[in-house]
Ligand binder design. Structure first.
Ligand SMILES: O=c1ccn([C@@H]2O[C@H](COP(=O)(O)OP(=O)(O)O[C@H]3O[C@H](CO)[C@@H](O)[C@H](O)[C@H]3O)[C@@H](O)[C@H]2O)c(=O)[nH]1
Ligand SMILES: [Mn+2]
Length: 767
């Protein structure tokens, strides 16, 4: 017992020290920043301003509050240690609460580092006057992996939207990676190539802003010219052909009449499966030879790549696909600028590349600038975003915070890279194994030349990476299911900086998962992937903080994402069970420590709300965001942590489960639009449902106690009522609903049993 106490005191001292360390880090960063800040505000080239940068007004008040909150946390830790040594509350309660508060304090510190120096930027693409022939070449990478979860017509729209950029077409090459190895996707892209010969001239000639044809033709706001009407028919024709082929699952030869690509489909032999097949690279459009019918417009390159797959070599999911594209594009065009895109993220603004170039080619900042990240934005999100699937905090609020340190983290899509960034830090070039892949090589051979194609096939082979630096020191990094987070983090660790570019008109739009089970499953994958980084050799808490200071601490917020489950579980069950047995775990309302809890809780939540609203969010959106935070804590994080632990013990494996981008369930879509929760029967919802029941019981019992005996368990009761308000949709889904989105009987029943077990356990440990 006494050694345990000693240990806890020791831990307390450690926390104090780490708080002190954070403070020192902050001071150091402050000094560094104040030197660079003034210089950073305005950037011009030849007298014209390309971009400006302004610190947010909330910075100073935030820093002052950070000091206050830190003092509060220190006081709370003192209180815990004190009660551990003196009070007669069961040891297990005090320990669990202490542990939870340590996690909360740590997470708060990581959040504070993102609030330390938030900045906003504006760029002026209209001032960018470089002659077209002097613009750098641009390689666009689009990833897709399954024609059924990611409909090929969606990939077609994404490809067309970037091919139609306001940028010299002969400088754009679009590479589509198909990890599904599907002839259906290839067929769709062939159709895209044909259609682009009409679509691109139309967009450029009429200065159309929506360059995803699906979006343009489904909009009702414009009056159609004859030309547009014709094109619309053509688009619908193509769409129905593509959808027909996908539905039938086979590319019939009747669809290929007069097409010189006929023979290509013979590559899909009987032994061909998506997990085992040779490399397929097809140049579907070639800027050296292809023009539109009027011979006025050059067409950009469009290249289909399905890398070789074999069951015996690991393919590293999306990171592997992107590295293949890095090499194939390196061999064929080797553009110095690279844009990575998920297949659902179409371009929403044709000036986007020039916007990115305002930073990437600015001589004052371009050395050391690794990438320019645009936020992920989504279409069709419900009014108040019930599932918080737009992820405002992740993609916007935190990005603004990161931007004031070393720059935003990479989020997998909508990101312009310097190719050079993939080959070692700004001052240490790591050379690839063959000269053709050097990042600064000028690729001037025709892309269809025999030797170019042969080499492209070779570098897309599944054994090519053996005994090379790919995935460890070169290219996108392997070892995590969140290859985007990990790669960006490693690049920052090597010394690269990045810039967050968030123009008023969204640069890209994509699909967010729109059912609760899709959301929590996606975020379970993230939690696992982030743990893979947290417990690796390059953990942000060690390597990150050492090499990047505050920036490393900020990265910890994500790496230890799954840790949220601990305080959420403890605060979701423990005080409530204790309340049921009349054991108080928090200070009484007459105790001065009571106010510390109130201040810390209100402070943290108020600041969270402020962040959200100041970055343009709504109050309703915030409410849903904080609710999803706890739902994630009870589902994604709990199951993600368990799966990660099983994997670490070699008891299971996990892969990249794609987020579905289709929805055929009309009823469900309707519920989503009306903002009615959709549950179902997944076990992921079990802890959350149990918590809902336990909190309701505690709430009723506590209220009764308050009325019957006067002074009761005020803090416990407040916590339970806050939980009950958050859980209203769950009670509704348990008892009042009859549609398919209600909680299944099985889950309700199991949750009832779990509640019973918890109450029995409470009797054993708390009584
Ligand atoms: O083996 C694979 C698996 C996935 N993908 C592609 O990866 C992209 C992202 O997949 P998605 O199912 O949409 O995952 P999300 O969770 O929605 O994606 C987020 O999280 C991923 C990391 O987990 C990042 O890669 C993404 O950029 C980011 O938007 C898609 O274009 C897929 O086609 C592949 O190319 N190969
Ligand atoms: Mn996605």
């Amino acid at each position: 017992m006494s050694t345990l106490k000693k240990k806890l005191v020791y831990k307390y001292i450690k926390i104090l020290c780490s708080n002190l360390l954070i403070f020192v880090l902050i001071q150091k960063e402050k000094k560094k920043k104040s030197n660079t800040m003034e210089r950073q505000r305005k950037h011009s080239v030849g007298g014209t301003t390309l971009h400006t940068c302004h610190p947010c007004r909330r910075t100073i008040p935030y820093r002052i509050y950070a000091l206050v909150h830190t003092c509060g946390i220190i006081a709370l830790m003192y209180h815990h240690v004190h009660s551990l040594l003196t009070s007669n509350t069961p040891l297990i309660i005090t320990c669990l609460l202490l542990l939870s508060d340590i996690v909360l304090a740590f997470m708060w510190a990581t959040a504070a580092s993102l609030r330390f120096n938030p900045i906003h930027r504006t760029e002026y693409p209209e001032n960018y006057t470089t002659e077209p022939e002097d613009l750098p070449k641009l390689d666009v990478f689009i990833c897709t992996a399954d024609p059924y979860k990611e409909p090929p017509i969606m990939v077609v729209n994404t490809a067309l939207s970037v091919m139609a950029y306001d940028y010299p077409s002969d400088k754009i090459s679009v590479y589509v990676s198909d990890d599904g190895g599907s002839s259906l996707t290839l067929f769709a892209l062939m159709e895209a190539a044909k259609f682009s010969k009409h679509w691109l001239p139309f967009c450029k000639h009429n200065n159309i802003q929506d360059r995803s044809p699906e979006l343009y033709f489904s909009s009702k706001s414009h009056s159609w010219s004859d030309e547009a009407e014709n094109l619309k028919l053509m688009y619908q024709d193509m769409k129905s052909r593509v959808e027909h082929v996908v539905e039938s699952g086979i590319v019939e030869t009747t669809f290929l009449t007069g097409n010189h690509f006929c023979g290509v489909f013979d590559l899909w032999t009987k032994t061909f499966t998506r997990h085992d097949h040779p490399t397929i690279i097809q140049v579907l459009q070639n800027s050296e030879t292809d023009m539109d019918d009027t011979k006025k417009y050059i067409m950009p390159n469009l290249i289909y790549v399905s890398r070789e797959k074999s069951k015996v070599s690991s393919h590293h999911f999306k990171a592997g696909a992107l590295n293949t594209l890095l090499r194939v594009s390196g061999v064929m065009t080797n553009a110095p600028i690279i844009l990575t895109q998920d297949c659902d993220m179409y371009s929403n603004d044709p000036t986007t590349p020039v916007r990115a170039l305002c930073y990437l080619t600015d001589p004052e900042i371009k050395t050391g600038l690794g990438f320019v990240q645009f936020p992920q934005k989504f279409q069709g999100v419900s009014k108040n975003d019930i599932y918080a699937c737009a992820f405002k905090r992740l993609f916007e609020i935190n990005a603004v915070g990161f931007d004031g340190l070393m720059g935003p983290n990479y989020v997998g899509t909508g990101c312009f890279f310097h190719r050079r960034a993939f080959y070692g830090g700004p001052s240490i070039l790591i050379l690839p194994e063959i000269d053709e892949l050097k990042p600064d090589r000028i690729a001037n051979k025709p892309i269809k030349a025999q030797d170019v194609l042969a080499l492209a096939h070779r570098v897309a082979g599944c054994v090519y990476e053996q005994n090379t630096n790919w995935g460890s020191k070169i290219g996108f990094r392997y070892g995590s299911l969140v290859e985007d987070y990990y790669t960006g983090y490693r690049l920052h660790g090597e010394g690269w900086r990045s810039v967050f570019c968030n123009p008023k008109r969204a640069a890209f739009r994509g699909d967010a998962p729109k059912s609760l089970i899709d959301v929590v499953s996606q975020q379970k994958r993230w939690a696992i992937g982030l743990f893979e980084v947290a417990f690796s050799r390059y953990s942000p808490i060690t390597y990150g903080v050492k090499s990047m200071g505050l920036m490393g601490l900020a990265y910890c917020q994500y790496a230890f994402w799954g840790f949220w489950s601990l305080p959420i579980l403890v605060y979701g069950f423990l005080p409530q069970l204790a309340l049921l047995y009349g054991v108080s775990v928090f200070p009484k309302s007459s105790d001065p420590w009571f106010w510390l809890y109130i201040v810390l809780f209100l402070g943290a939540y108020a600041q969270d709300l402020l962040d959200f609203v100041l970055e343009g969010g709504t109050y309703g959106g915030w409410w849903n965001d904080q609710r999803m935070w706890s739902i994630r804590g009870f589902s994604s994080h709990v199951f993600g942590s368990i799966e990660f632990a099983l994997k670490a013990l070699n008891l299971s494996t996990h892969g990249f489960t794609l987020t579905s981008k289709t929805n055929d369930d009309e009823e469900q879509s309707k519920r989503y639009e009306k903002e009615i929760f959709d549950f179902g029967s997944s076990s992921m919802f079990l802890p959350m449902t149990t918590a809902a029941i336990v909190n309701l019981l505690a709430f009723v019992w506590g209220l009764y106690g308050l009325l019957a005996w006067g002074e009761g368990f005020v803090l416990e009761l407040m916590l339970a009522s806050f939980a009950v308000v958050n859980c209203l949709p769950i009670y509704e889904a348990m008892m009042l609903r009859n549609d398919d989105g209600k909680l299944s009987k099985r889950i309700c029943f199991l949750a009832g049993i779990f509640t019973f077990v918890l109450i029995v356990l409470g009797y054993l440990f708390l009584k």
